[in-house]
Design a protein around this ligand. Structure first.
Ligand SMILES: Nc1nc2c(ncn2[C@@H]2O[C@H](COP(=O)(O)OP(=O)(O)OP(=O)(O)O)[C@@H](O)[C@H]2O)c(=O)[nH]1
Ligand SMILES: [Mg+2]
Length: 636
């Protein structure tokens, strides 16, 4: 785990090579980033598990005094219960389950789910960047899980590496000696084998982890308890549950039960990640692998649920009353919402189906049906941030070929009406008439910005342009500042992060958590295109910023709405009052171009005909907006 771009996937490449999991000639950079979007953008979006077999050459036949497994066979039980074997050989084999995680804050649910499936974590810090916001956020997640943490300063090959200072910062942060912090380069491979050594020395084998939560979770040996930490869909094999087995074992043709959804299923296949799905005999306590369930309904397999072989007698009364499912996960709370409507109303079921399948591979996605007078039936989706919205819109487009109308994202507002009622609004289009509103409350966050001290001024300057209330300044070592603010969530979900990156040359980073709500003076801002209100572009904005926001929106639309045969007016409106306007010049097809010679009357006639045509189109109203326009409006 690490902050974004600190080199996790690149280090994973070296580990895959060193363990011979992937042949060198088949290697490509960031091998585990398999999604098209991941490769295009050079970021990890999804967690990716992989099993590696590591042959350790033991110099003194001695690795602390932890029980290890001798000449381990990959088909064997991982030695979860019978791990008292001593090793004597100079070469031991270890089965290591690696999960590469994303670093971007929008995908942190991928990280927390991964951490619940493992015993330890390698914490990487980029030697040129130092500790950044998700370094801290992810470290806290791992500490909460009681995981063993192996810290490493990465990219020490970079000319601007500040290895010594970063080591010092890390040592303070973790309360460990600097000697205990590895110096590596995932790119050159320098010292990478030391990571493997530390993993087998420091991280306890499955079942030996000294952590109350986990111990309580473990079942009896014959009781299958497997945590679903991810899933996917295969046309032939149905829903595939990615699992960490905590107790018992599972093999093909077993019957299993998903505890929370009460779904019984046959096991069609079990296997592990190589990193492609690879069938095997069985999965046992300690293993990370997958179960193909054959289930066609994505809703029946839920991330965080426990898969067991213990069946209830009736009414889900288990024969063994002691049966406790695994702890599962706290579901992440969506931060922003956006409405998705199929451009073609007939595609509604296609969208529904696509969302069900997408949810399997992205457990942080939430959705609920919505309908709009102008746009018909669609869904309102909940996201963890703006990048998340972008990725999901792209995936829906690419993976399902859907043409979608996507609304401007909104946070959740709590509107108190004059009649005492309270309503939650997650879309500006649903905002009640202002005459009925008593007050509007919006969510707030506690935000932590980590930046090099030299950027303190420009960061504070940036924050001052957003609504904020200052909380504190702290130092992480001499060079690194942590700034704490309370801000409305709506301020930071859109452009704040990008601006923060640009004012700090990429060095500042941030993390935030919901802190409550505050009452604000907010108004609904609408956009009219050719006199028609385009509901998906409606937004709720602070009154003091309405003019600025309205101006920005029409200016941006002017750039991205394709020209029509007639002049198109773009207007930003609050309560019927126009606050900003722009227009897009008519597209002019030169119908006279091919008429050489000077026949003026013919020319005039043609132009006259064209003008009439334009008027007709203008009357028939709507400008047809392609999906690109909606997607571009998501980005600022
Ligand atoms: N010089 C140098 N560059 C590195 C090293 N490790 C990674 N990089 C580069 O840093 C960039 C990010 O590397 P990734 O491995 O994708 O980083 P990541 O942590 O997986 O990123 P996310 O998964 O998106 O959070 C790439 O351009 C890598 O080539 C290193 O040890 N040295
Ligand atoms: Mg990565």
């Amino acid at each position: 785990m690490a902050h974004i771009d600190h080199g996790k996937s690149t280090l994973a490449d070296r580990l895959l090579e060193l363990t011979g999991t992937i042949e060198k000639r088949k290697m490509q950079e960031q091998f585990l980033d398999t999604m098209e979007l991941e490769r295009e953008r050079g970021i990890t979006i999804k967690l990716q598990p992989v099993r590696m077999l590591y042959k350790y050459q033991n110099p003194k036949s001695e690795i602390s005094n932890k029980p290890q497994i001798q000449n381990h066979n990959i088909q064997n039980n991982l030695g979860f219960r019978n791990s008292d074997l001593e090793f004597t050989d100079s070469e031991q084999e270890f089965v290591l389950n690696l999960i590469d995680t994303p670093g971007h804050v929008d995908f942190s649910y991928e990280v927390s789910r991964s951490l619940a499936a493992v015993e330890g974590a390698v914490l990487l810090v980029d030697a040129s960047k130092g500790i950044q916001a998700q370094t801290l956020a992810n470290l806290h997640l791992a500490q909460e899980q009681g995981l063993t943490i192996i810290p490493a300063v990465n990219k020490i090959d970079l000319p601007n590496a500040r290895t010594k200072e970063v080591k010092e910062e890390l040592s303070n942060l973790l309360g460990v000696e600097e000697d205990g912090i590895l110096e590596i380069s995932g790119k050159t491979g320098m010292n990478v084998e030391k990571i493997l050594e530390r993993i087998i020395k420091d991280i306890p084998p499955p079942g030996k982890m000294n952590h109350e939560l986990r111990i309580m979770n473990y079942g009896q040996e014959d009781q299958l308890k497997a945590l679903i930490f991810d899933s996917s869909f295969d046309v032939y094999k149905g829903v595939i549950a990615y699992i960490r087995v905590f107790s018992g074992s599972v093999k093909r043709e077993d019957k299993v039960l998903c505890f929370a959804t009460k779904t019984k299923s046959d096991v069609i296949e079990v296997g592990y990640f190589a990193p492609k799905l690879k069938q095997c005999e069985k999965l046992s306590a300690g293993d990370i692998g997958y179960i193909a369930t054959g289930l066609k309904d994505p809703g029946q397999v839920r991330v965080g649920d426990t898969i067991t072989n213990q069946f209830p007698i009736s009414n889900f009364q288990f024969p063994n009353k002691e049966f406790q499912p695994l702890a599962g996960y706290k579901e992440p709370r969506p931060m922003v919402f956006a409405s998705f409507f199929p451009e073609n109303a007939d595609d509604y079921d296609l969208l529904k189906d696509a969302l069900g399948k997408l949810k399997l591979t992205d457990a942080s996605l939430t959705y609920e049906p919505e309908s709009s007078a102008g746009l018909g039936r669609g869904y309102r989706l909940g996201f963890l941030g703006m990048l998340h919205i972008e990725i999901i819109s792209e995936r829906l487009k690419r993976e399902s070929g859907l043409q979608l109308v996507v609304s401007t994202p909104s946070v959740e507002y709590i509107v108190k009406l004059k009649n005492g009622e309270e309503v939650k609004i997650r879309s500006a289009a649903l905002m009640p008439d202002p005459s009925r509103i008593e007050s509007i409350a919006e969510p707030t966050v506690n935000i932590e910005i980590i930046a090099p001290a030299s950027y303190l001024g420009s960061v504070m300057d940036l924050v001052s342009r957003f609504r904020n209330s200052y909380q504190a300044t702290e130092y992480l070592g001499k060079e690194t500042v942590v700034l704490k603010y309370k801000m409305p969530l709506a301020e930071i979900v859109t452009e704040f992060y990008d601006k923060l990156k640009s004012v700090s040359s990429g060095y500042a980073s941030m993390s935030y958590e919901l802190s409550g709500t505050q009452i604000s003076d907010l108004v609904r801002l609408d956009i009219l295109i050719a006199e028609d209100m385009v509901e998906p572009f409606s937004r709720i904005v602070p009154r003091e910023k309405a003019y600025y926001e309205g101006r920005q929106m029409v200016e941006k639309l002017k750039e991205i709405v394709p020209p029509q045969w007639f002049q198109v007016a773009l207007q930003a409106v609050i309560g019927g009052k126009i606050i900003a306007r722009e227009s897009i010049k008519a597209r002019r097809k030169d119908v006279t171009g091919y008429l050489y010679g000077g026949d003026v009357t013919r020319k005039m006639k043609l132009l006259e005909k064209q003008k009439k045509g334009k008027e007709r189109m203008k009357e028939s109203g709507k400008v047809n907006l392609p999906q690109e326009v909606f997607l571009k409006m998501l980005k600022r």
